[in-house]
Design a protein around this ligand. Structure first.
Ligand code: BJW
Ligand code: ZN
Length: 239
C-alpha cells in the first residue's frame, strides 16, 4: 500500500486527473450507501424507489425516502476524503476534474469548485408539471410531497433509473475521462451505468486507474492500483 500511495502521489503532481466518486466517499460522514444492508430503507431497494414509476405510483413514499436522506445529509459534515479531493483540486488547477455520482452536496461543502454531478442534486427540486427548478434546503420538508406554485408535485432533481444523465454533465465527464492520465475510482460499486462505463472509457484512452474501496469492485481488473480501505483514510495520504 505504501509503495502504491507514493507512486500515485507523485503522478498526481503532474498528471491530468479525474476523481470519480460514489456513495462510499460520504459513508464516513454518516450518509448511508445504496447497496448492502445499510443501504436499505424500510426494506425497499434503491432500484425500487429511484424510478419515475415508483414516483408516479406513490409520490409520498418516494418523498419520504428522500426526506429521510435530506435530514441525514443536513446533519453531517464533509469528511477528510472530501476535503482531500478539494485540496488536490486546489493544487492542480486546470488538470483535475471531480466527477461524482453523489447528490448530497458534500463535495461542494468541502470546497470542491466544480464537481460534475452525473446524478443531480438532492437539494434541487423540479416541477413535474411546468419543469421549473428551485433550490430547497428545508429538512424535514413540509408539506410532503411538496407542490409547485403551479399546483403539480415537485420531485427531487436527481436522475432515476431509466432517465438520462444531464447532457452537459455527461459531456464534461466523458471528455475528462478520455483526457485523463490518472483516473481515481473512489467509493463506488461501479454497477450503475452509464456512469460506471467511464472507468473503461478512461482506461481505453490510456489512463492509469486506481480504485479506492474497502471491498472489491468490477473496476479492480482495470486498475493498476487497488487501495483497499476507507476513502477518508486513504485520500489524505495522497497529499
Ligand atoms: C467505501 C466506503 C468508504 C463503503 N470508503 N468506499 C448497461 C448495463 C446494464 C444496465 C444498464 C446499462 N446502461 C443503463 C442501464 C440501466 C440502469 C443501470 O445501470 N442499472 C444497473 C443497476 C444494472 N441505468 C440507468 O437507468 C441510467 N439511465 C439510463 O441508462 O438512461 C438511458 C436513457 C438514455 C437516453 C434517454 C433516456 C434514457 C440512470 C441511472 C441513475 C442512477 N440513479 C441513482 C439514484 C440517484 C438519485 C438518488 O441519490 O436518489 O444513483 S441509483 C444509485 O446508484 C445512485 C448512485 O449514484 C448510484 C451508484 O451507486 P454508488 O455510488 O456506487 O453506491 P453503492 O452503494 O452502490 O456503492 C458504495 C461503494 O462504496 C461500495 O463499493 C462500498 O464498498 C464502498 N464504500 N464505505 C470508500 N468508507
Ligand atoms: Zn410547476
Amino acid at each position: 500500500m505504501e509503495d502504491s500511495l507514493g507512486l500515485l502521489r507523485s503522478s498526481l503532481g503532474t498528471a491530468r486527473c479525474v476523481a470519480f466518486t460514489g456513495a462510499g466517499i460520504s459513508a464516513e460522514s454518516g450518509v448511508p450507501t445504496f447497496r448492502g444492508t445499510q443501504g436499505l430503507w424500510r426494506s425497499f431497494s434503491p432500484e425500487k424507489l429511484a424510478t419515475p414509476e415508483a414516483f408516479a405510483e406513490d409520490p409520498r413514499l418516494v418523498w419520504e425516502w428522500y426526506d429521510w436522506r435530506r435530514q441525514i445529509i443536513s446533519q453531517v459534515k464533509p469528511n477528510p476524503g472530501h476535503r482531500a479531493l478539494a485540496e488536490i483540486e486546489r493544487r492542480a488547477p486546470g488538470r483535475f476534474t471531480l466527477v461524482t455520482q453523489n447528490v448530497d452536496g458534500l463535495h461542494d461543502r468541502a470546497g470542491s469548485r466544480h464537481p460534475v454531478k452525473l446524478h443531480g442534486d438532492i437539494w434541487q427540486l423540479r416541477c413535474t408539471g411546468c419543469a421549473a427548478e428551485i433550490r430547497n434546503e428545508q429538512a424535514p420538508l413540509e408539506p410532503l410531497p411538496p407542490r409547485c406554485p403551479c399546483g403539480a408535485f415537485l420531485r427531487p432533481a436527481v436522475v432515476w433509473f431509466g432517465e438520462a444523465i444531464p447532457e452537459d454533465a455527461w459531456e464534461q465527464a466523458f471528455e475528462a475521462a478520455t483526457q485523463a492520465q490518472v483516473f481515481l475510482v473512489i467509493g463506488t460499486s461501479v454497477t450503475v451505468y452509464p456512469a460506471a462505463g467511464l472507468v473503461a472509457v478512461a482506461r481505453k484512452s490510456g489512463a492509469r486507474v486506481a480504485v479506492l474501496n474497502p471491498d472489491p469492485t468490477p473496476a479492480d481488473e482495470l486498475a493498476e492500483w487497488v487501495l483497499r480501505g476507507p476513502a477518508g483514510q486513504i485520500l489524505p495520504r495522497l497529499l
